[in-house]
Design a protein around this ligand. Sequence first.
Ligand SMILES: NC(=O)c1ccc[n+]([C@@H]2O[C@H](COP(=O)([O-])OP(=O)(O)OC[C@H]3O[C@@H](n4cnc5c(N)ncnc54)[C@H](O)[C@@H]3O)[C@@H](O)[C@H]2O)c1
Length: 233
Amino acid sequence: MSRLEGRTALVTGAGQGVGRGIVEVLAGEGADVVVNDLFPDRAEAVAAEVGGRAVAFDVTDLAAVRAGFATAGPVDVLVNNAGIPAAGFPQVDFKDSDPELWARFVDLNLYGVMNCTHTALQGMCERGWGRVVTIASEAGRVGLPIRVSLYGAAKAGAIGLMKHLAHEVGPHGVTCNALALGGMEGLPGDGSRNPVPRLGKGTDVGATCAFLASDGAEWITGQVIGVNGGAVT
Ligand SMILES: NC(=O)c1ccc[n+]([C@@H]2O[C@H](COP(=O)([O-])OP(=O)(O)OC[C@H]3O[C@@H](n4cnc5c(N)ncnc54)[C@H](O)[C@@H]3O)[C@@H](O)[C@H]2O)c1
């Protein structure tokens, strides 16, 4: 299938993990893929593998985001994937957390999404077509006993942003959705308690992004879609 021929898709934090799987699927659907990461070598390696372009920048730095998008050219599909996964930081009860750590979670998981989305939306609205998909987490929509309050709060903020933006930009042909991921490969365990008894793969997420980026999904906006093996229903 080539549902994304003629579209340029920029995926943040795509130098490894989930983002790598997303660009693989989007490139397979015919998109001109722009691989972003904080680390240029990671972005370049993945871009070479999937036949895309590498544009490295830090999503938390608005000036760097603006410059990166200028290098990339018009972006039709933005996937806000860069984020701190649940296993990527010390998990502590909120009451025991160091307030100096709080900004780190909000900067990457919420400000990063705002910086990239704000930069992409102007052109999408002017051209009358655009797709924004934000990679969130089930931790952003349900309470969990795994001590990820800060992460969940930032992801919930990003989900709320997508819901409100859907109303603002829908009339301009732009949709905004969020994906709530369950446990992905690389986390401890094997996912055997999920209804689909395995951990998630980046390509599972990529398949959902490709659908949401397609013309056929033009009436789906402001939604949170669980990509979680059925773990949360
Ligand atoms: N792994 C999971 O189980 C899981 C579960 C739920 C949600 N998620 C979400 O999925 C997304 C991807 O997670 P992952 O597991 O692939 O993470 P990962 O850490 O394996 O990869 C993230 C990539 O983002 C890059 N990155 C980090 N900070 C950046 C910045 N400021 N600017 C640009 N790039 C930056 C990193 O260099 C890295 O290559 C995240 O938003 C995460 O919150 C992951």
